[in-house]
Design a protein around this ligand. Sequence first.
Ligand code: GCB
Length: 646
Amino acid sequence: MRPCSAGPQGDRIWLFPGADGNSNPDTIVSFEAGKFPVESSKPLQYMIMRICLSILSLLGSIGLLQGQDVFISNPQSRTATDLNGKWKYVIDLYETDGMGGMPVYRNARARDKTDRVEYSLDDAQTLWVPGSWNFQKPELTYFEGAVWYRRTFDVEDLSANKRYFVYVGAANYIATVTLNGEIVGRHEGGFTPFAFEVTDHLKEEGNFLIIGVNNNRRADYIPAKVTDWFNHGGITRDVMLVEVPETFINNYFLSLDKETLKSGARRISGKLELNGSHRPETARIRIPELGVDETIAVDPEGSTAFSIEAENLELWSPGNPKLYEVSLSAGEDRVTDRIGFRTIETRGKQILLNGEPVFLKGICLHDENPIRKDRAHSLDDARLVLGWAQELGCNFIRLAHYPHQENIVRLADEMGILLWEELPLYWGIDWGNPAVLEKAKAQYRELINRDFNRASSIIWSIANETATIPERNAFLSSLADFIRSIDDTRLISAACKKDQEADGHPDSVYTYNDPIMEKLDVISFNEYLGWYGGLPDACREKTFSFGYDKPVIVSEFGGGALQGLHGDKLTRWSEEFQAWLYVESLAMFDKIDGLAGLTPWILVDFMSPLRQLPDVQDGWNRKGLISERGEKKKAFYVLKDYYESK
Ligand code: GCB
């Protein structure tokens, strides 16, 4: 779906079948509204449309179409109308954006008995939002493509002095947001939040919000075409109508000042971003528990930096996840949040939390509720998995392989669990494509906008298992610089691979000299010795050597087991095999000089179409320490014992 393809131009509707990258881009179809499409053979029209497509693709690539004008942070603390619930839907299998020549987002209804309309959202079936569509209807299980969702609503006390935004926590992968028949924005990226202003389109009664969601996979998307996880489609996180004053605080960034911490004094540095034309002269920041009540002068440009003294501030850590109620106000707007303050740095091969070495007892996690077979989206979903991780003895979780729901990050703040966060810069990324780099930056900006104030989040990871070709090295290097330029309060890492055989390392030593490690604060690598290649006792012969003097995290290792399947330790897929693999792997990794943490793969079995072994996998990656029904496997206890000993 693309916006240019979606709108009528006069009474003629233009469709671009090639715009999805899969169908033939050289065929353009046009038709009179209300008639079936016919192919156009006019070269001039063709040329104009090709130019239009190129401009759109360029705009898209520089972020104008996929971006949003305003990022609304912390929507939970705003006045908002909850738009979750049952939404009507129409499947758009051929991605025409319309049915019988009428765009679905116009919400057409037959005017009289002679009228022809070839869809009816009023009479359509429903899907729950938030939630992926796949397991709500049998016919949608493996559906990949476009679905139009509709939700109607009224707004009590619509105010001329307020501004209104449709906020979506996440929709996978492209979302076209329309209100009352007009397109208000388009967003690319399946796991980050976005908001579009609808102030000028809203009515008190009878609003229809129609969102088109397309989860097709494409080589120039992030992720690209193949992943080892299920491509859940749809509006997977909360939707709300957020109401703000004309000028409002759209974001704020608070962190503990590293330098002053060293001198014993405690200062909080921050930045406040205002949006709107009536900028107040001052803003106020209060942290009542610390006796902080500061008035700061607002920069007329809208972005105001500040630094405030915070004597007696207790540092946030897993052992003491102290959060402070922070309230920020400017003009008529006020937001409140609960924020923890900590520092995270490295020194030689150590990771330092608040200046003290920390060992990261971690585990990897996908953002699924396996019991519901759905993307996770609620606080209960977050409680379920974080509870398991805590039982395992973890103080750290790798949120693989894409941004997880905001609830999990907020709950980790409350529970004192450190986090690694990442984008799906995973297998098969089109590294040489500048548009893809811009998409990665846009997605990272959205993630940082959302989670900057979360003390639990300590590592941004920029890639997972990617080959060290020059295009990838340049891409990741540029992305690392970009991330540091907008957030210097966290560490940067990437899940890398060992040097390949051609680099001539001796068999008993795995070497790591990936050039991107130069840019990273923490070296991380995935290693599946004993599962992909060799049996677990092969681990006894290996040692590790790194070309950089930096802390090391083993970002993945593991093997599959079907919960309840027992055998001797040589029986693949048995719990005994997996437990043995953990014993051998932990002993091997423990020998690494500078080991700062581990995140084995993975806490819970997760859905993956790549895993089709009948009666063992049945569509699930079985490397979880817990089954999709919540039953623990033997290896869970091996890792728990190891963490207890650390
Ligand atoms: C990996 C990938 C992860 C896979 C895992 C596996 O290296 O990073 O996404 O699911 O291996 O199970 O093979």
